[in-house]
Design a protein around this ligand. Structure first.
Ligand code: AMP
Length: 143
């Protein structure tokens, strides 16, 4: 079954074009990372390639090879910044698999022993809280 074409009106494409704001934690020529507005745990962030693709299924492998080192760098930074016991990395492909925003993105979610994460796409976090969490990760990247 066809999954459709990339739609450049998706919300992450708008973030990449600067049309809507985000709590940015990292950017390079190929990649942007910012806080998830409905975090499943404090420090939940998203890493996206700048190049357009709906998800993993239609992405250029060369894009993936530049994306994953950034995912690793940010997973390490989030683990340290939030003193997490572990990090869950998730990535959904198409609506049937739970994808709601159709620009490739990787979730980085700090986790703690014995604590379940909040629901996916659950409750919106306050802007000030997200800004403070972004600063914490940025601070860790600087170390
Ligand atoms: P999914 O496509 O299922 O992997 O999830 C999309 C994620 O994007 C959800 O966790 C949302 O909370 C998050 N999200 C939606 N809109 C925004 C936004 N404007 N800024 C940051 N995160 C967002």
């Amino acid at each position: 079954m066809s999954s459709g074409a990339y739609d450049s009106t998706n919300i992450f494409a708008k973030i990449l074009r600067g049309e809507i704001p985000c709590h940015r934690v990292y950017e390079d020529d190929d990649t942007l990372a910012f806080m998830d507005v409905m975090p499943q745990s404090p420090g939940h962030l998203l890493v996206i390639p700048k190049e357009a693709s709906r998800n993993l299924l239609d992405a250029d492998p060369a894009v993936l090879s530049r994306l994953m080192p950034v995912v690793q760098k940010l997973a390490r930074a989030a683990k340290d910044a939030f003193e997490a016991d572990g990090i869950t990395v998730t990535q959904f492909n198409e609506a049937a698999a739970g994808q709601t925003v159709f620009h490739l993105h990787v979730h980085i979610i700090p986790r703690y022993e014995g604590q379940a994460p909040k629901p996916h796409s659950g409750q919106m976090e306050d802007n000030e809280v997200l800004a403070a969490q972004a600063e914490k990760i940025i601070g860790e990247l600087g170390n």
